[in-house]
Design a protein around this ligand. Structure first.
Ligand SMILES: C[S@@+](CC[C@H](N)C(=O)[O-])C[C@H]1O[C@@H](n2cnc3c(N)ncnc32)[C@H](O)[C@@H]1O
Length: 282
């Protein structure tokens, strides 16, 4: 008798559950809404979540890079490297990076940097390529050192004071960059066998010094490689006005004019202040 009642109860519960199951529609129409509306889920996800997150991350990394590698020379100069902090614009650094990503050079030479911005951008592009090494050369001159007054070109003596490897390990795999604290001339003698696909000159800016760098390294540039120069438009007078007690000669402007018509391919990215010039060996 009890067994019979128990069987009936189970049967009743089953029927009850089935009725509930049949009535409740678990399909709430969310998927249909997105399919029928003009946006699909992926589009909305990318637009409303992924892109804003990406932008925030990009802004954060931009600020960190500019600050750590002193792209504005740590005194708020956005013109020299053609930066725009309001629009997350890496300026000339972006251009070097884009060429290296496209050209995929095996070896890059970079002479002269205040806090490492351009060597970082070049090495970062190599890291992203998974290929290539930057030889960064700086004599380590300092604006504050009496002996360096004719040679410093705004060097802060940074490369002597700091742990270079640690500095470049920020946001970068240091396997893509090697630093040499010596003059470009010393470097050219010591590593006379090295050839390059990309050469960036931003060390000695005097007419004599810059001409020497071109002479030393043009023959080391591989065919189709680029040699580029910073400050091709910079005038000495700018510095007389903007920084006191600084009287340095900026010779790239004259050299750039003289190179006119002498090379296979030459172009410039002007910002009507510093300027970046390129020669290509064709
Ligand atoms: C400070 S950079 C000019 C700023 C640079 N436009 C930048 O973006 O950082 C000039 C550097 O060239 C270095 N330098 C000057 N003459 C040099 C030479 N003959 N060989 C190697 N480095 C040199 C100085 O030590 C200095 O650090």
């Amino acid at each position: 008798m009890i067994e019979n009642m128990f069987t009936k109860l189970i049967h009743f519960i089953r029927l009850f559950c089935k009725k509930i199951y049949d009535r409740v529609k678990l399909n709430l129409g969310i998927k249909t809404f997105f399919i029928q509306s003009k946006y699909d889920v992926k589009y909305l996800l990318n637009k409303k979540i992924i892109m804003p997150l990406h932008k925030r991350l990009e802004n954060y990394l931009f600020k960190e890079t500019i600050k750590h590698y002193g792209a504005d020379y740590k005194w708020g100069d956005q013109k020299s490297q053609n930066l725009d902090k309001n629009t997350t614009n890496y300026g000339y650094g972006l251009f070097h990076h884009a060429i290296v990503r496209n050209q995929r050079p095996k070896r890059i030479l970079c002479i002269g940097s205040m806090y490492g911005y351009i060597p970082y951008m070049l090495a970062k592009a190599c890291e992203e390529n998974g290929y290539g090494v930057v030889d960064f050369v700086d004599a380590g001159y300092s604006l504050k050192n009496d002996n360096d007054q004719k040679t410093h070109y705004f060097g802060q003596g940074f490369w002597n004071k700091n742990t270079i490897k640690k500095h470049f390990s920020y946001l970068l795999d240091t396997a893509y960059l090697e630093t040499y604290i010596m003059t470009s001339e010393e470097f050219s003698k010591k590593y006379h066998k090295r050839k390059y696909d990309y050469i960036y000159l931003d060390g000695d800016h005097s007419y004599k010094g810059a001409s020497l760098d071109i002479k030393l390294f043009w023959s080391r540039l591989n065919k189709e490689g680029f040699m580029c120069f910073h400050d091709i438009h910079l005038k000495k007078e700018f510095f007389k006005k903007e920084a006191q007690n600084v009287d340095l000669e900026f010779g790239y402007r004259v050299i750039w004019e003289e190179l006119m018509g002498k090379h296979d391919f030459k172009f410039e990215l002007s910002n009507h202040y510093s300027g970046l010039g390129f020669l290509q060996k064709l």
